[in-house]
Design a protein around this ligand. Structure first.
Ligand SMILES: Cc1cc2nc3c(=O)[nH]c(=O)nc-3n(C[C@H](O)[C@H](O)[C@H](O)COP(=O)(O)OP(=O)(O)OC[C@H]3O[C@@H](n4cnc5c(N)ncnc54)[C@H](O)[C@@H]3O)c2cc1C
Length: 466
C-alpha cells in the first residue's frame, strides 16, 4: 500500500473511474473519486451516464475482470436477482448466428451475468466504498487542472460547499466521452492526441418493461445489424423481471422514439414470440433516444511526450460502437494494464501505461472495425491486412461459424474479448471458413434481409451520447 505516493485522484465515478480507483488503492496511501452527479444508494440511471438506460451487456471477459478486482461481486449481483445465464441453450438468442448459444464464458465454466447498467455500477461502487483508503465524493464537478512546471499536481473542483483544490501525485481522467485531457494538454503546452475514428451514425431508442415471469425462456436477445439491414436490437432480462429493450439503427437509420413504434420496428426482424411477449409487458419508463456518431480512439500511445501525473482510462481513451457491447470490458482491460504498469513503478508512467493499454484496445478496435466494415462499408480507415481480410466475408463468415462448432467456439472467444481477432486467422480456421462457404454456395439460402420499411426516421433529432 502507498508505495507510489500519498494521494491519487480519479475524475469520474463511471465504470472506468471505479475500476481505476480500485487499482490505485493498491499503490497510493489514499484515493479520492470525484463525480459531479449525486450518486444514489439504489440502482438507478443518472444524468452523467446518459447511456445508462440503454441496454448494456457485460461481456464474460469483463465479468471475470470485475470479479477479480471485487471478489464476491458476481455472487452479490446474483443475490440481488440479477439473472445468470446457464448452459440451457434457450437463454441466449444471438443473430447473425441465427440460433441459441450456451451461456458459459468460452473456455471457462463461468456463467454470464446480466445486470442492468445502473445495478452493476451501484454494486461496484458499493464494493469500492468498502476500501478504507478510498473516498467517493458526489456532487463534485472537476473544473480544471492544478499544474506546476508542466506536470499535473491536482485538480480544481466545485463541490456542494463551493470551490476547492485537491493536491494529487496522480490524476486519472475517467470522464468518459467528455474527457478534459485533450484541452488540458494544450494548457500544459503539449499537443492534442491524434484520433482514429469510425463513422457509425448509430441511433438508439430504449425503454424498460416488466415482462411476465415465464413469458420468455430467453434472458438475452442480441440481433446485430447486417450488411443488408441497418437495424438491430439488444434485449436483456435484468433484476426484478425488468427488461431493457434497445432498438437501434446504424448508417443514419434511426428507430422510432415511441414505445409502440419501437415494437413495430422490432417486429421487422426479431423472433415473433419475443415481440409478442414485449407487447403484453408493463412499461416501466418512457423511451429514451440518443445518437452515437462515431467510435473514437485517442492515440495517447503514439505521443512522444506526455505530462507527468495525468492518465486517462475508459471512454476518454477509446469509445467503441456500442452495438458490440465492449466498452465496460475494454475499460476493465485498461485497468488491468494500469495495474501491470504500476507494478513496475512510476518511472515514465504515462508513456508505459498508454502503450500497455493500447494492446487490448487495439485488438478490440480491430474486431469492431471488422464488423463495422462488414456492416457499415468502408468507414473504418486503414486496417492491418490480415484483419482486413475477414471483413468482406460478412455473411459467408457467419454462415460458416453457425454451422461449425469449432469455429463457433473460437468466434465466441474472440467476440467475448478472451482472444484477439487473429485467433480467427489461422490456416485451420481459414480452411473451415472456406469449407463453410463452399457448402453455403452449394445451396444455402441467403439470410440477408431488406431494410425495414416503416418507422425509420432521420438520426439528427436525437440528443447525442456526447
Ligand atoms: C448506447 C450505449 C450502449 C452501450 N452498451 C454497452 C454494453 O452493452 N456493454 C458495454 O460494455 N459497454 C457499453 N457501452 C459503453 C459503456 O457505457 C462505457 O464504455 C463504459 O461505461 C465506460 O465509461 P466511462 O467510465 O469511461 O465513462 P462514463 O460512463 O461516461 O462516466 C463518466 C463519469 O464522469 C462524470 N463526469 C463527467 N464530467 C464530470 C466533471 N466535470 N466532474 C466530475 N465528474 C464528471 C459523469 O457523471 C460520469 O459518472 C455503451 C455505450 C452507449 C453509448
Amino acid at each position: 500500500m502507498g508505495t507510489h505516493g500519498d494521494h491519487a485522484v480519479v475524475m469520474g465515478a463511471g465504470m472506468g473511474g471505479l475500476l481505476a480507483a480500485r487499482v490505485l488503492a493498491g499503490h497510493y496511501e489514499s484515493v479520492t473519486v470525484l463525480d459531479r452527479d449525486p450518486l444514489p444508494d439504489t440502482a438507478e440511471p443518472r444524468r452523467g451516464v446518459p447511456q445508462g438506460p440503454h441496454g448494456h451487456t457485460l461481456l464474460p471477459r469483463g465479468g471475470l475482470s470485475l470479479e477479480a478486482w471485487f471478489p464476491g461481486l458476481l455472487a452479490d449481483l446474483n443475490g440481488r436477482g440479477v439473472p445468470v445465464i446457464t448452459d440451457d441453450a434457450d437463454e441466449i438468442h444471438f443473430e447473425p448466428l441465427g440460433h441459441h448459444l450456451t451461456g458459459t464464458a468460452p473456455g471457462t465454466d463461468h456463467p454470464i451475468h446480466v445486470p442492468s447498467r445502473p445495478m452493476l455500477e451501484h454494486r461496484v461502487r458499493a464494493h469500492l466504498a468498502r476500501a478504507p483508503t478510498v473516498r467517493i465524493l458526489e456532487r463534485c464537478a472537476v473544473d480544471g487542472p492544478r499544474t506546476e512546471g508542466g506536470r499535473m499536481t491536482g485538480v480544481r473542483v466545485t463541490g456542494p460547499d463551493g470551490p476547492f483544490e485537491l493536491a494529487a501525485d496522480l490524476v486519472v481522467d475517467a470522464l468518459g466521452r467528455g474527457s478534459r485531457t485533450p484541452a488540458w494538454l494544450g494548457e500544459l503546452g503539449f499537443p492534442r492526441p491524434a484520433e482514429d475514428t469510425v463513422t457509425v451514425r448509430a441511433a438508439y431508442s430504449s425503454l424498460q418493461l416488466r415482462v411476465d415471469p415465464g413469458a420468455l425462456t430467453e434472458k438475452m436477445v442480441l440481433i446485430s445489424a447486417t450488411a443488408g439491414r441497418s437495424s438491430g436490437a439488444a434485449i436483456f432480462r435484468h433484476e426484478d423481471d425488468m427488461w431493457d429493450v434497445s432498438v437501434f439503427g446504424v448508417r443514419g437509420h434511426a428507430p422510432p422514439a415511441d414505445a409502440a413504434g419501437m415494437l413495430d420496428f422490432l417486429a421487422g426482424f426479431a423472433p415473433p414470440h419475443v415481440v409478442e411477449a414485449l407487447r403484453s409487458a408493463e412499461p416501466l419508463t418512457e423511451p429514451d433516444s440518443r445518437t452515437f456518431p462515431a467510435s473514437r480512439w485517442r492515440r495517447y500511445d503514439r505521443m512522444s511526450a506526455l505530462p507527468d501525473g495525468l492518465l486517462v482510462l475508459g471512454d476518454g481513451v477509446c469509445s467503441l460502437n456500442p452495438t458490440y457491447g465492449q466498452g465496460m470490458t475494454v475499460a476493465a482491460m485498461q485497468a488491468e494494464a494500469l495495474a501491470a504498469t504500476l507494478r513496475e513503478g512510476t518511472r515514465d508512467l504515462p508513456r508505459r501505461y498508454f502503450r500497455a493499454a493500447a494492446k487490448p484496445i487495439r485488438d478490440t478496435w480491430h474486431l469492431a472495425a471488422v464488423a463495422d466494415r462488414a456492416i457499415l462499408g468502408d468507414t473504418t480507415g486503414p486496417l492491418p491486412w490480415p484483419i482486413r481480410a475477414l471483413a468482406p466475408l460478412g455473411d459467408t463468415f457467419f454462415g460458416a461459424v453457425a454451422a461449425d462448432p469449432v469455429l463457433r467456439e473460437r468466434f465466441l472467444e474472440v467476440f467475448s474479448l478472451f482472444s484477439p481477432p487473429t485467433r480467427l486467422l489461422t490456416p485451420a480456421a481459414g480452411l473451415r471458413i472456406a469449407r463453410g462457404a463452399l457448402r453455403r454456395q452449394q445451396g444455402r439460402a441467403d439470410t440477408t434481409q431488406p431494410e425495414p420499411r416503416s418507422g425509420a426516421s432521420p438520426v439528427r433529432s436525437r440528443p447525442p451520447m456526447r
